[in-house]
Design a protein around this ligand. Structure first.
Ligand code: SF4
Ligand code: F3S
Length: 104
C-alpha cells in the first residue's frame, strides 16, 4: 500500500481524498492516514499531495509510518470529501519534528 508520512501533519491539504478510487483515507485532527488493507496500490494519490507526504511502502525507513497508518486507520473516521486545508498549512510544510510535537 501507499503510506501517509510526517509532512502531512498540520498541512493536511486533503487533495488525496478526492482522487482515491477506493476511499481508503482516514482522518485525524492533524493528518490523514491510508488503510493498508484497503489501498489497492494505484499510486494516483502520490503526485496529488502538495506536501509530498504520500509514499509507496517500498521506500526505506517507513516502519514508523506503516505502523501509524495501520493503527490509526482502525480508529479514525473515513474521509472522502476534501475540505480547506488549515490556514497555516504553508508554514508547516517541511517543518522538522512534527511527529514528536503532535504524536508523542
Ligand atoms: Fe487510494 Fe490509490 Fe492512494 Fe492507495 S494508492 S490510497 S488506492 S489513491
Ligand atoms: Fe496530507 Fe497530502 Fe493528503 S498533506 S491530507 S497526504 S494531500
Amino acid at each position: 500500500p501507499y503510506v501517509v508520512t510526517e509532512n502531512c501533519i498540520k498541512c493536511k491539504y486533503m487533495d488525496c481524498v478526492e482522487v482515491c478510487p477506493v476511499d481508503c483515507f482516514y482522518e485525524g485532527e492533524n493528518m490523514l492516514v491510508i488503510h493498508p488493507d484497503e489501498c489497492i496500490d494505484c499510486g494516483v494519490c502520490e503526485p496529488e499531495c502538495p506536501a509530498a507526504a504520500i509514499k509507496p511502502d517500498t521506500e526505506e525507513n517507513l516502519d514508523q509510518w506503516l505502523k501509524l497508518n495501520a493503527d490509526m486507520a482502525q480508529i479514525w473516521p473515513n474521509v472522502t470529501i476534501k475540505r480547506d486545508p488549515p490556514p497555516d498549512a504553508k508554514e508547516w510544510d517541511g517543518k522538522p519534528g512534527k511527529f514528536e510535537q503532535f504524536f508523542s
